[in-house]
Write a protein that binds this ligand. Structure first.
Ligand code: HEM
Length: 677
């Protein structure tokens, strides 16, 4: 299997090099369009690359312990599906898998004949593919074998390291890190990688377009589906990661500002800004330069995120430790940053679209504020990430804690959500305050009544009440606006379908509002208690009681001891659920995974954790938390992806400028996107 795996991977890499040679040969000959030969060789290379990935998967599933990567991430007790997902569970495998995802994206783009059809764009994408393939080939090969030397010591390498060395298959490792054995975590990396990989395509296409044409004409319409596609996967990846941390890390927290979480947020923030500024180019023919910069930044920040995750620059629950790839990755990032900004500076005049700021109170202006806010949040996060690298250079680790992010990001995010809430009420150019007041009256009244109700029954925290007011205002505006647009139309369903790109955006915005509601629930309205209990003891929390019934210990899986506390949840005189918080204890690794015991309803979660226990004495230390509204967060995540998928299904919005100045009460509202050219 080793020879088959390495052989197919080497052949794939050679084909990539051949494509590089052919493309480089054609460029000085002014051959713009990619040739059929290159397209075929790329397809063949991808087929071989896929084969090599499948061979590695086979080695993982069949437990080929002569392979050092298999030893590191697989053990006999792991179920087959975990052995398969171990492909991206370790450093070498995840880089190998990432190079394959890039190849997959490249091949899809090439064969759909929509983007990457010119030699320059193809070259930029191919360089990325080659770089990560090179890392898997030369630095972090997943095909390295375990060798026994003449003195009986063991080492790893691709080929025989010394005379008398022989391949050794007797080493059995600990298997996949227990924290990664969770289904959220199983699909979270592939989703993120697909999102990351898909952002490469607009990046390479934009660089190619800058070299060949130098302007940004027709670029956005071509790239929008790819950007939306990439954004959906990135969003789904981040949302699942958040759910995983809520469910498995035992924090009961959904976001910890871990460096890896934070770095994956950077491209998301920038690409969210991009999806909005693209509108300005499509509607007003402005913001061309900014759009080009944002497309380039989205992918550069992805490279930065990979540097953070895979190069082990910062410690994190996700990081695989200090790595040999950090330096090449840093050089590669700097190289493409220089190319990107070099091209933008070179083409700056052709990208200039001129813009007069017509009104501070218009949708144009709101879009600009949105960009500024998203940019500011990105900078705050970036500073949080690089701070320990700059000030901890002497070896001491100085990380900015959660408080820094909460303090700096919360006000910016609240402003962003407020803008989002009122945006549909504001016209494209100059908007009159009178009209705004008229349209916002009923939603604002509804939100005010909701906030008063929350004040009476839920919370006295002004931050929570403000957030509830904004969320209700935003939801009411979306419903009222949809009603206004569709009501009275002869064929509301047809109109809805024709304008689905708008309603997709409304769904995405509703998703953000629901996420805010979930955050308010966890941060502002949750309640918790912690206590030590013997069997029969009861612990009160709000209208509930938690009764400790007993403790079970079992080796259901030979790898770990499953400890479960049985806790009856009482409301009044009635037991409404049995919760079983526990720990899976991996003795041989000195590690345990906390398994929460939960009762989930639409209104929220009752979430218990087993913090400690003493089996002989029969007591447990349990933490119980009531997290109201938390499930709105996951529903919101779903809305984000569904809404954007809805947008993706709608025809490409025309790239046509609207009149520069217009007081537009109904501007665009009745204009079906389906008529786009
Ligand atoms: C984190 C916050 C936000 C997210 C995740 C978000 C997401 C999105 C997405 C995915 C789209 C669809 C883009 C497309 O079809 O290409 C969209 C459209 C839009 N967004 Fe946002 N957005 C956010 C904040 C805002 C804010 C603050 C504003 C206020 C200016 C805003 C105003 C709009 C408008 C006007 C549209 C176009 C709707 C239409 O087609 O009529 N968004 N948004």
């Amino acid at each position: 299997m080793f020879h088959a795996g390495l052989g197919t991977f080497s052949a794939a890499a050679l084909l990539m090099l051949a494509c590089l040679g052919l493309t480089a040969w054609q460029l000085p000959r002014k051959q713009i369009e990619i040739t059929t030969l290159v397209r075929r060789l790329t397809n063949l290379g991808f087929a071989l690359h896929t084969l090599s990935v499948l061979i590695l998967v086979f080695m993982l599933v069949s437990q080929d312990y002569t392979n050092a990567y298999v030893v590191g991430v697989v053990n006999p007790a792991m179920p087959t599906y975990l052995k398969i997902t171990a492909l991206w569970g370790g450093q070498a495998g995840s880089m190998f898998f990432w190079s394959w995802i890039i190849n997959l994206c490249l091949v899809i783009a090439l064969n759909r004949r929509h983007i990457l059809q010119d030699n320059w764009s193809y070259l930029f994408a191919l360089l990325n593919l080659l770089f990560f393939t090179g890392i898997s080939f030369l630095i972090e090969s997943p095909f390295r074998r375990v060798w026994q030397l003449a003195d009986a010591s063991l080492t790893e390498s691709l080929f025989s390291p010394a005379a008398g060395a022989s391949v050794y298959g007797g080493l059995i490792g600990f298997g996949l890190n227990p924290l990664l054995r969770h289904w959220g975590m199983i699909i979270h990396p592939p989703l993120l990688y697909i999102g990351f990989g898909a952002f490469l395509l607009p990046f390479a296409e934009t660089l190619g377009h800058l070299v060949i044409k130098g302007d940004a004409e027709n670029l956005i319409a071509r790239l929008r589906p790819w950007l939306l596609f990439a954004w959906i996967f990135l969003t789904a990846g981040i949302a699942l990661g958040s759910w995983w941390s809520y469910d498995v890390l035992g924090w009961g927290g959904y976001w910890a500002w871990d460096p890896v979480e934070t770095s994956s947020l950077l491209p998301w923030l920038i690409s969210t800004g991009l999806l909005h500024s693209m509108f300005l180019q499509q509607k007003r023919d402005i913001f061309k330069r900014i759009n080009v910069i944002l497309i380039l930044l989205s992918y550069l920040l992805i490279l930065f995120s990979i540097l953070m995750t895979r190069a082990g620059l910062l410690s994190s629950v996700h990081a695989f430790g200090e790595s040999a790839i950090s330096r090449p990755l840093m050089v590669f990032l700097l190289f493409f940053t220089a190319i990107s900004f070099g091209l933008v500076i070179w083409r700056r005049k052709k990208l200039d679209s001129g813009w007069e700021f017509t009104s501070y109170f218009s949708r144009d202006a709101l879009f600009l504020y949105t960009l500024v806010l998203l940019g500011a949040i990105t900078l705050v996060c970036l500073w949080g990430l690089v701070y320990p690298l700059i000030f901890g250079a002497g070896g001491t680790e100085i990380a900015l804690d959660r408080g820094y992010y909460d303090r700096a990001v919360t006000p910016l995010f609240v402003l962003l959500v407020l803008l989002m809430a009122v945006c549909p009420l504001v016209g494209w150019s100059l908007s009159s305050l009178k009209k705004f007041g008229r349209r916002s009256f009923i939603p604002a009244l509804f939100a005010l009544l909701g906030a008063i109700a929350a004040f009476i029954w839920l919370s006295r925290s002004w931050v929570a009440l403000l957030a509830i007011f904004i969320v209700l205002l935003g939801l009411a505006v979306l419903v009222a606006q949809t009603w206004r647009e569709l009501w009275g139309s002869e064929k509301p369903l047809k109109k809805f379908w024709q304008m689905r790109s708008r309603y997709g955006a409304y769904l995405v915005h509703a998703g953000i509002l629901l996420i805010v509601l979930g955050i308010v629930g966890v941060e502002g309205l949750s309640d918790n208690i912690q206590g030590t209990m013997a069997p029969g003891d009861k612990m009160p929390l709000a209208e509930y009681h938690f009764e400790f019934v007993g403790l079970t210990e079992a080796y259901d899986n030979p790898e770990y001891l499953s400890v479960r506390a049985e806790i009856d949840l009482w409301r009044g005189d009635e037991v409404i659920a049995r919760l079983t918080p526990g720990q899976d204890i991996y003795d041989n690794r000195g590690q345990y995974v906390s398994i929460p015991g939960k009762r989930s309803t639409f209104g929220g979660d009752i979430y218990t954790l087993l913090l400690d226990y003493e089996a002989d004495m029969g007591y447990v230390v349990v933490q119980a938390t009531i997290n109201p509204l938390v499930n709105f967060m996951w529903l919101g995540g779903l809305f984000l992806c569904l809404g954007a998928a809805f947008n993706l299904s709608s025809p490409i919005v025309r790239e046509q400028a609207l009149p520069k100045q217009k007081d537009d009460d109904n501007e665009d509202d009745s204009e079906p996107e389906g008529n786009a050219s």
